[in-house]
Design a protein around this ligand. Structure first.
Ligand SMILES: Nc1ncnc2c1ncn2[C@@H]1O[C@H](COP(=O)(O)OP(=O)(O)OP(=O)(O)O)[C@@H](O)[C@H]1O
Ligand SMILES: [Mg+2]
Length: 224
């Protein structure tokens, strides 16, 4: 088991209104599984993905990450777990514009408090860029890269610390179909090679057809 979600609720309070977005969601994700999360806009897919990844506290319920109750950890320990064991990929890449591709990729390793030499970290970063087909773009800045290339940099960054789980929110939502297919090939390849668990939020039917299992979020719950 990689992630176990038990009776998760999420409510937002906004201008005196209470919005009950997730209403008691429970499911499990097996280790090495590739899972799709689909559902209408506003259904709570991003909210759920953030909760799975330790970015956003549920109002009620539990999330176990490899047996560890994530939200029982202090904020600091949860941040460390995120940095070391979870990779995130977002629709709009979230690369830092003033850094090169390589500098973006190695950032999580620099944040991680360890004694590795920068030279060794950079070598790993270059290898990851090569793996996503960007060996020739190491010193490019995000503004000098195409959308698909930026997303591949973001994937390399997500993999930098060798995460057990990679969480992707509409990773191909901003890409043409060829670049989107390439991003999917990389994500599925990860899963095939390193047995990483991959969760992909998507609107795209073509992507939903390529994952192992799909969970449909609707009206705050899972449509079975
Ligand atoms: N920080 C917040 N404060 C108040 N309401 C929020 C907040 N974040 C999300 N919401 C609301 O919660 C609902 C679910 O949002 P969420 O982003 O999870 O949807 P989604 O399924 O990812 O939608 P989309 O497919 O459009 O990305 C939406 O109605 C949204 O307006
Ligand atoms: Mg969303």
């Amino acid at each position: 088991m990689s992630i176990k979600v038990t009776n998760v609720h999420k409510t937002y309070r906004q201008a005196g209104n209470i919005l009950h977005v997730l209403k008691g969601v429970s499911f499990e994700i097996a280790e090495g599984e590739i899972l799709g999360l689909v559902g209408p806009s506003g259904a709570g897919k991003s909210t759920l993905l953030h909760i799975l990844g330790g970015l956003d506290k549920p109002t009620q319920g539990e999330v176990e990450f490899f047996g560890q109750n994530m939200y029982a950890l202090s904020d600091e320990r949860r941040a460390k777990l995120r940095n070391e064991q979870i990779g995130f990929v977002f629709q709009f890449y979230h690369l830092l514009p003033e850094l090169t591709a390589l500098e973006n990729v190695i950032l999580p390793a620099l944040v991680k408090n360890n004694s590795r030499k920068t030279g060794a970290i950079e070598l790993d970063g270059v290898k990851l860029l090569e793996q996503v087909g960007l060996g020739g773009r190491v010193t490019h800045r995000p503004s000098q890269l195409s959308g698909g290339e930026q997303q591949r940099v973001a994937i390399a960054r997500a993999l930098m610390n060798g995460p057990k789980v990679v969480l992707c929110d509409e990773p191909t939502g901003n890409l043409d179909s060829a670049s989107g297919a390439m991003v999917m090939d990389i994500l599925l390849g990860l899963n095939a090679r390193a047995k990483q668990t991959v969760v992909i939020v998507t609107h795209d039917e073509k992507i939903a057809r390529r994952v192992g299992r799909v969970i449909n979020i609707r009206d705050g719950g899972i449509e079975r």
